[in-house]
Design a protein around this ligand. Structure first.
Ligand code: HC0
Ligand code: SF4
Length: 566
């Protein structure tokens, strides 16, 4: 432990990795564009500068705390310096704030207001650059880039993909994919993690709000929503609801106000996935073929594996993801009802399925050919949590004030096992609950203590299933997936089941979630997910009575066609 003096106050520090962390711990929210605790320190934006007692100015993110340090965070010199940075950034930044996707959550906009910038003295001589709208998941607008490098480091350090990088020098510098290719031409997996850290509107979510409003307004369309596990602990963020609180009931009510005809839970789809994936694991364990079994529910991971490790293609589960299974089920039900009605000479409204997801990559997942049944797209649109937040606000609804409502039945019932799909390790825990086939509290706790919970990038566990020890790995973040796949390839490790989620900590920190997603927000969402499970009366997917009903009803004889993709 040491002490430093910050603005004439003595502040203790222990293992903080830089002066900035000590300053923030002392209660001063020093602004930054390029500092993220989970990324390497870049030190480029210079917003976190401080002054020492000898008048030396330095970036606090790049300085290790030392005992006896004396620093000031808001001297006239520093104020001038920060204002100048913002003014210079704004001078070369397009200023269409009112129409920007990041309006209201843009760090540049926030700091310009906070520092009282009222005029910009410098001319913008830059020619407007074209937008990259090629991706189904994110849009890149280089005119709004402030060169903080957050996206570059996230895509490289966390995702191991390195799709984005700096190009050119000096005033011509830009962030772009290699050779200025469009994102769709690269190995970009659409995870949106670059968007989640982008402080401005330079990388934003591809919007599907307009066609959904159109469908909602059409009396000839039945609009059905499904809500992903991780949305409910995040959508409250922009309505002043405590972080991590389960807002599912409020969201259901808001969606009904907006005109959705039926609102269901993707958790029901997750229960279906557990049934299918656990059966698939048992089969592969028996045959010894295509082990380890890799989970298939995260589209960012699936694309990563297909692009970079095609030799493992057959290891990926044949199960569709929960949202895709559920979409196929809803459309099949609609087809069956339409056929019945037709026999009676009636016609039914067309069904449009909307998935509300924390994930930008899900927008691409629904367009893959294997997510079409009988030539029909199973899920019509994916709206991210952020887009739905915008729609709720547009409709004048305050989520914090609306009375919660229950989901529609029959697909509104799901297990605690399904609820935890939204965090890393959740899919594995859910599958193990099904395989261990016990709901005794002690057995459930035993599973949760195998090592599959926690935020480490790679976790390992093993569990005894009858006479066999099943070896498991749980991965979050694609850089970690790369590490693990290399180890498997080299024969250094061997597993039977591997869960991979592209985003760090899983869907709770997905690329479509409300930002900023700092460490405390992540923890609150994670705790929120486990709380939903601990409150759930049904713990295992196979205990969900509606699951048995659909296997005997809509799904009968069509299980493989509707629930698997090959
Ligand atoms: Fe997820 Fe999912 S848990 S990927 O993170 O498996 O997006 O929340 O909806 O499909 O259920 C995202 C979240 C889902 C799916 C589920 C899985
Ligand atoms: Fe990289 Fe993901 Fe952004 Fe694509 S969406 S550029 S993979 S961080």
């Amino acid at each position: 432990m040491g002490y430093m003096t910050i603005n004439n106050r003595r502040v203790a520090f222990t293992d903080e990795k830089n002066v900035l962390s000590v300053i923030r711990k002392s209660g001063i929210d020093l602004p930054t564009f390029c500092y993220h605790s989970e990324l390497s320190t870049y030190g480029a934006c210079r917003m976190c500068v401080v002054e020492d007692e000898r008048g030396k100015v330095f970036a606090s993110c790049s300085e290790v705390p030392r005992d006896g340090m004396v620093i000031y965070t808001n001297t006239p010199r520093l104020q001038h310096h920060r204002k100048m940075i913002i003014e210079l950034l704004l001078s070369s930044h397009c200023r269409d704030c009112t129409t920007c996707a990041k309006n209201g959550v843009c760090t540049l906009q926030k700091l310009a207001s906070q520092l009282g910038i009222s005029e910009i003295r410098f001319e913008n001589h830059k020619k407007p650059l074209p937008l990259d709208t090629s991706s189904d998941c994110v849009i890149r607008d280089p005119n709004k880039c402030i060169l903080c490098g957050d996206c570059v480091r996230t895509c490289d350090e966390i995702q191991g993909l390195g799709i984005l990088d700096f190009a050119f020098r000096g005033s011509k510098m830009q962030v772009m994919p290699a050779f200025n290719r469009e994102l769709a031409e690269t190995d970009c997996v659409g995870c949106g993690q670059c968007r989640a850290v982008c402080p401005t509107g330079a990388i934003s979510i591809r919007q599907d709000v307009d066609p959904v409003w159109k469908a909602l307004a059409d009396k000839n369309i039945r609009v059905v929503a499904q809500i992903a596990p991780a949305v409910r602990v995040a959508i409250g963020d922009k309505f002043g609801i405590p972080k991590g609180e389960n807002t599912l009931g409020r969201l259901v009510a808001a969606l009904r106000h907006m005109g959705f005809d039926e609102v269901y839970d993707t958790n029901f789809g997750a229960d279906l996935t557990v049934m299918e994936e656990s059966a698939e694991l048992l089969e592969r364990l028996k045959s010894g073929k295509n082990l380890p079994l890799f989970t298939s529910c995260c589209p960012g991971w699936v694309k990563f594996c297909e692009n970079r490790y095609p030799e493992f293609r057959e290891n990926i589960s044949t199960c569709r993801s929960p949202q895709a299974m559920f979409g196929a089920l809803l459309k099949e039900e609609a087809r069956m009802k339409a056929a019945e009605a037709e026999k009676e000479g009636r016609s039914l409204r067309k069904t449009v399925v909307i998935s509300i997801m924390p994930c930008t990559a899900k927008k691409a997942e629904i367009k893959r050919p294997e997510h079409f049944t009988e030539g029909q797209q199973d899920v019509d649109y994916v709206l991210t949590t952020t887009e739905v937040t915008r729609m709720i606000k547009e409709a004048g609804i305050d989520l914090s004030q609306i009375e919660p409502e229950a989901l529609d039945m029959p697909f509104g019932l799901s297990s605690g096992a399904a609820a935890i799909f939204g965090v890393t390790g959740g899919v594995t825990e859910a599958v193990l609950r099904r395989l261990v086939h016990s709901s005794r509290m002690e057995d459930l706790q035993d599973i949760s203590f195998t090592g599959i919970r926690g935020i480490e990038g790679i976790k390992e566990a093993s569990i005894q299933l009858e006479d066999r020890t099943v070896k498991i790995a749980v991965v979050n973040g694609l850089r970690c997936a790369e590490t693990l796949l290399e180890r498997i390839k080299a024969g250094e490790v061997q597993y039977d089941f591997v869960e991979v989620m592209a985003c760090k900590r899983g869907c709770i920190a997905g690329g479509g979630q409300p930002v900023p997603i700092g460490p405390r927000t992540k923890q609150a969402r994670l705790d929120g997910m486990y709380k939903i499970d601990s409150m759930a009366q049904i713990k295992r997917s196979d205990e969900n009575p509606i699951i048995a009903e659909v296997y005997e009803g809509i799904l009968k004889g069509k299980e493989h066609k509707l629930l698997h993709n090959r």
